[in-house]
Design a protein around this ligand. Structure first.
Ligand code: MLT
Length: 270
């Protein structure tokens, strides 16, 4: 489906269980950088089989979503809130993979009433270091000159576990290389300027699961351990045989972890 927001058109992939018992709460799945909702295809299948509805948007500028440049992560949060309004869902679990996790943290600041539970997949709460920030600006400048392939080339070796198959690497390299360079450069700037979310963690009072690939070199298990330890009651799920791209490398494990989260999420009483 397509949802028109103030200055964007957001493409949302939706999956619904076809059996009457499929009344699990819907989940919102937010992809990472510079990817699309296709990241969640296999995870969504597992969640639907467990009775959940799934909403997986393409963030503005990525996949089939279009709009004015998103220079901050708040722009994405506003788009996602508009999507929830369009589908008539007041609140639900937000699941963010990597940059999608940064979007979920921004939603905790901007629209906490929309969040019933949190799934934080291969992500972290800290802001960029100065060095990382400078690296993002330099990369954004290179993307503007040479296109998204430079990001695809830089990220592909870091996305997957050592044992990942060549087909997976090729497919995702091609998808990243096809991303709109303007959206890629905007996302680099939005990530570089995101605030530190660690001060938020102690106040999170929603069911939370933190998922990480055991071989993630971009947001390693040590980040996930620190994240889970800082959120009251958070469950940590380490996924063996996965790198950063856990949702495509081990979708069944991720669907199981998120399905358990969905079952814990209860809408507030009317
Ligand atoms: C992602 O997977 O979304 C990115 O690695 C996030 C980042 O660059 O910080």
């Amino acid at each position: 489906m397509l949802v028109s927001t103030r200055d964007a058109t957001i493409h949302v992939r939706t999956w619904s269980p076809d059996r009457p018992s499929g009344d699990g709460p819907p989940l919102l799945l937010i992809h990472g950088f510079p990817l699309t909702s296709a990241l969640w295809d296999d995870v969504a299948r597992g969640l639907v089989a467990a009775g959940h509805r799934v909403l997986a948007p393409d963030l503005r500028g990525f996949g089939e979503s279009r709009g004015a440049p998103a220079r901050t992560l708040a722009d994405h949060v506003d788009d996602l809130v508009a999507v929830l309004e369009a589908v008539g869902v007041a609140s639900l679990p937000w699941v963010g993979f990597s940059m999608g996790g940064y979007v979920a943290f921004e939603a905790l600041r901007r629209a906490p009433e929309r969040i019933l539970a949190l799934g934080l997949v291969d992500t972290k709460a800290e802001a960029d270091t100065d060095e990382a920030r400078q690296g993002r600006y330099a990369l954004a400048a290179r993307v503007a000159e040479a296109g998204s392939r430079v990001v695809a080339d830089a990220m592909t070796p870091k996305l997957f576990a050592a044992g990942a198959n060549e087909g997976l690497r090729r497919t995702w390299h091609a998808r990243m290389a096809a991303a709109d360079p303007a959206a890629v450069a905007d996302a680099l700037v939005a990530m570089a300027t995101r605030p530190d979310s660690t001060p938020l963690l102690a106040s999170i009072d929603r069911p939370t699961v933190v998922v990480v690939g055991d071989e993630d070199v971009l947001t390693p298990p040590s980040d996930a351990e620190r994240l889970a330890a800082s959120i009251r009651g958070a469950r940590l799920v380490r996924v063996p045989g996965a790198g950063h791209a856990t949702p495509v490398e081990r979708p069944d494990d991720v669907a199981r972890a998120l399905g358990a989260l969905g079952a814990l999420a209860k809408p507030p009483r009317a």
